[in-house]
Ligand binder design. Structure first.
Ligand code: AMP
Ligand code: GLY
Length: 439
């Protein structure tokens, strides 16, 4: 390794030998969100070695070589490593496949909702029906398993209308249609051409809502909840919310336009009714519940639920956490969140994603990443699409790095992020220049 790479590796990779005594933890997933979780867990005195399934080259973990959806292998790995006291399941796919259920069935502790509760995310039709049954505000909708019935429904509605594949589709299964023709084409794409596979066996067709979007995440232990600071994602690839939808190009936290009054209203009309609904459904929610909200004036409606930490919201939110994340995860599992104090910094946090040119479509991989060693110490660089090449880190995905900083005000946090981004280079790197620009 060159001197520069040794320095970078020392900063980003804590090898197993230097891990402190404590419980080992396995984190499932391998992106920027998981890196932020790992970094926070690393601050806990109770945590020893952290393993990743799969993890990535820049995280503070032992890479197991096991993919996030290899359920049987993950369960076997935990069985073979008895010092792993907790498995944290971060991504949607393994949650929808019942990884938490599979681990618990073998007597292992796991953080994340059971498959039945994660259904709030993996079936949009189920989520909408829960909202309807329990009076939780959301856009008017219909659900359809029959193509002709779906097409008949859009004929009688107003435009734009939103056509959504029921299942998980990497955030791409939502199509906003401005005419009947577009809506019919979207229905065909999802239900007939199966663009998103079996996720399109059913569609949700929904009224188009206007306003601004806020992400509200909460730790939920089945019965009790603790809110995290609000955050705001930026899904489009280009400045000014132009370009294609992506997995997220940056975020900030908290979201200043979302006032305390709006938050109190949301707790009463959305958060508490959802937690109570899942108990009534016989599927108490334990894990991180993500409320994707659309706000218009003083009206707050749910666009979607996610059954996990958001990406890239987590990379802004978790650095604000002052309490011990490992203790919080355990309190969620034990149902003792009500007795757990969770403290947050009141600093302002911003993150910006550095992506490979061409993302979210096709892009180059294997490009050398330079400059990481010169990033300021109070700035986080979370790794996503990165792997270890022969001569240092190289790109391996569309979203490569996420640069995050916090400060007493957004202007200062923003300046730190963008100044440090200038120090990092890889071929065809692009990023949004307007994250937090209007704050
Ligand atoms: P979802 O995965 O359901 O959150 O949808 C992804 C994105 O599509 C949301 O973050 C919104 O930007 C947009 N979207 C979804 N549903 C609606 C709706 N009913 N009205 C307006 N925009 C929507
Ligand atoms: N940031 C949106 C998501 O995690 O689904």
């Amino acid at each position: 390794m060159s001197e520069n790479n040794v320095k970078v590796a020392a900063r980003y990779v804590n090898l197993r030998e230097i891990a402190p005594e404590g419980d080992d933890v396995l984190v499932v997933g391998g992106g920027g969100r998981e890196h932020a979780i790992v970094k926070k867990l690393r601050e806990s005195k109770s945590v020893g070695t952290i393993f990743g399934a799969p993890g990535n080259a820049g995280m503070d973990v032992v890479e197991t070589g096991i993919g996030a959806t290899e359920i049987d292998k993950i369960v076997s790995y935990v069985a073979d490593n008895p010092n792993i006291k907790l498995t944290v399941v971060a991504p949607d796919d393994p949650l929808s496949m019942g990884l938490v259920d599979a681990l618990e069935a073998r007597g292992f502790r796991a953080f994340g909702p059971h498959k039945a509760a994660a259904k709030l995310e993996w079936s949009k039709a189920y989520a909408k029906d829960v909202m309807r049954r329990y009076g939780i505000p959301t856009a008017a909708y219909g659900t359809f398993t029959d193509i002709d019935a779906a097409k008949e429904y859009v004929k009688s509605g107003e435009f734009p209308v939103v056509v959504k594949a029921d299942g998980l589709a990497l955030g791409k299964g939502v199509i906003i249609c401005s005419s009947l023709k577009e809506a019919e084409a979207a229905i065909d794409e999802i239900m007939k051409d199966k663009k998103f596979g079996s996720a399109g066996n059913e569609v949700v067709i929904e009224q188009f809502l206007t306003g601004y979007e806020v992400s509200l995440l909460a730790f939920v232990d089945g019965e009790h909840y603790k809110l995290m600071p609000t955050s705001c994602d930026h899904k489009r690839a280009l400045d000014g919310d132009k370009g294609l939808n992506t997995g997220g190009m940056g975020a900030y936290s908290p979201c200043p336009v979302f006032t305390k009054t709006l938050l109190e209203k949301t707790v009463k009309t959305v958060v508490e009714p959802t937690v109570a609904a899942m108990i009534k459904e016989g599927a108490p929610f334990k894990g991180v519940l993500y409320f994707g909200l659309m706000v218009s004036g003083d009206e707050v409606r749910v666009l979607e639920y996610n059954a996990r930490f958001g990406d890239p919201e987590t990379q802004s939110v978790l650095p604000l956490l002052k309490s011990d994340l490992y203790e919080i995860f355990n309190a969620v599992i034990d149902g003792t969140l009500d007795k757990t104090d969770i403290e947050w910094s009141d600093k302002k946090s911003i993150n910006v994603v550095l992506a490979s040119g061409g993302y979210p479509l096709s892009y180059k991989k294997g490009c050398k990443i330079s400059g990481l060693a010169s990033v300021d110490n109070d700035v986080n660089v979370f790794f996503a699409g990165v792997k270890q090449g022969e001569n240092g880190f190289v790109t391996s995905g569309g979203r490569v790095l996420c640069v995050q900083a916090m400060a007493d005000d957004f202007a200062c946090a923003r300046r730190k992020v963008y100044e440090n981004i200038q120090k990092i280079t890889f071929e065809d790197c692009f990023y949004r220049k307007d994250i937090g620009a209007k704050l």
